[in-house]
Design a protein around this ligand. Structure first.
Ligand SMILES: [Fe+2]
Length: 265
């Protein structure tokens, strides 16, 4: 059996692209994507606010994941030398991902700013149960293989959503250049390994057997399904807000909801 670090450097299985295809396909058919494509400002605003708790928490989820790798059981299971080597890879990768996600967190607030939202007052709202479920689904303690697959899923989701929405002129004209930055960074790949690849390689390095497509796909799609449920719930919230009285359509006493003051050019 190859060592853990050998596994890290092995080529990725070709079926990863099939899994990514399934992620792209599911997301492209989701209701929230269709509404964003139409440039529905109320929906985009509801997504920016409603999904924020996950975006806000994700760097801390990564940090907790990093700390969870320091378990005596893992040293016992894999052996001290191999585990130390893999911990080094993991810490380097997770520190890089966490730092980038901190930046992406700030870029997310630029989406809201393009819509006239002010941080933190417009983000202080009850967290939707499905958004909580999405956070829990990624954060729940698990073996390192599953944890890294969940992080991989987030990277795949961010890329699929960004690629899909940046093709819509309606969507990009609502958010303009600054508000689209979050989406642009998730489709731009620089030299070296992407976060998706790093997380996948770490998942496989921690796996004791040859990775099986079905097992990987299940862990990845579970997170995709949670995101789609959370995002679609934000759409429903937008619809119920739009149908409510003008009083309830106010984001705050001082500021009207953006959907009331801005229209698509
Ligand atoms: Fe990100």
């Amino acid at each position: 059996m190859s060592s853990l670090t050998d596994r890290f450097h092995q080529p990725l299985p070709s079926w990863i692209e099939e899994i990514k295809g399934e992620v792209r396909d599911k997301i492209s058919k989701a209701e929230f994507v269709a509404l964003c494509h139409k440039g529905d400002i109320t929906v985009i605003e509801s997504l920016a606010r409603g999904l924020w708790p996950f975006i806000d928490e994700f760097p801390r989820i990564i940090n907790r994941g990093c700390l969870r790798l320091c378990k005596p059981q893992l040293f016992h299971k894999f052996g001290f030398v191999k585990m130390l080597s893999l911990l080094r890879h993991s810490y380097e990768a997770l520190a890089e991902i966490e730092s980038d996600e901190e930046q992406h967190r700030k870029l997310w607030l630029d989406i809201g700013e393009a819509l006239g939202l002010i941080y933190p007052c417009h983000y202080n709202q009850p967290i939707l149960p499905v958004v909580k479920a999405w956070i829990r689904g990624v954060d729940k303690p698990s073996d390192p293989f599953t944890m890294f697959l969940r992080f991989t899923s987030i990277e795949m989701i961010a890329e699929a959503v960004s690629k899909g929405l940046l093709t819509s002129d309606n969507f990009t004209s609502v958010l303009r250049k600054r508000g689209c930055h979050w989406f642009r960074v998730h489709v731009a790949h620089h030299t070296g390994m992407t976060h998706e690849e790093l997380a996948l390689r770490l998942a496989f390095a921690f796996h004791e057997r040859e990775p099986v497509k079905e097992t990987c796909n299940q862990a990845i799609q579970e997170v995709v399904d949670l995101l789609i449920s959370a995002a679609n719930a934000c759409c429903n919230l937008a619809a119920s807000r739009a149908n409510s009285s003008p009083k309830h359509r106010r984001l705050s006493k001082e500021k009207p909801a953006v959907g009331e003051t801005r229209s698509l050019s």
